[in-house]
Design a binder for this molecule. Sequence first.
Ligand code: UP5
Ligand code: MG
Length: 187
Amino acid sequence: PRGITPFITFVLGGPGSGKGTQCARIVENFGFTHLSAGDLLRQEISSNSENGAMILNTIKDGKIVPSEVTVKLIQKAIESSESHKFLIDGFPRTEENRLTYERIIGAEPNIVLFFDCPPEEMVKRVLNRRQGRVDDNANTVKERLKIFRALSLPVVNYYAKKGKLYKIDGTGTEDEIFERVRPIFAA
Ligand code: UP5
Ligand code: MG
């Protein structure tokens, strides 16, 4: 949006923790614009962009796409939108992602949500999804979890220390989880 600093919420959590599902509920109830970093990257693959093959291989391996590529896609999506409030889902996944965002966008998120879910539950959800994602297989999920633990949890801890983190119990039904999310935005 031109001339206005938007309200930015980062939505973090491991693979299958329910980020996308809960973002859809937040959009319905509170009118945010949902930007999933993974979806933006998958769109790049489908549109045969110059980075498409590299992105596809990175996602297949459960690894992290170079920060500049992801941040520029997020930047383009924010700038081309009329919205004033965004959910950025599945980003930043590494400290380097976070620093690259701060450098290019020149801002920090207003708040950060973290869906806390046990690994066994996350694996079960991902393997049950069956929507043809190249990374929803037992091997890639193992790698996604490993990367989440090693590289993404430090980002979660960073925002906790900054007092920006809302840690949400990501177990139970979708409705139960959303009732934990609602008060954050209803305030
Ligand atoms: N489901 C949801 N809630 C449930 C509940 N309460 N009970 C039972 N089932 C529930 O949910 C996953 C599945 O579980 C769905 O089938 C859902 O119906 C069900 P979903 O809401 O989709 O969870 P989400 O956390 O969004 O899971 P997702 O698999 O999308 O998370 P990832 O973080 O792994 O995937 P993302 O798309 O963000 O990233 C994919 C890859 O892209 C990464 O591994 C990486 O390679 C790359 N990437 C980057 O390199 N950089 C980035 O910045 C972002 C992505
Ligand atoms: Mg998702």
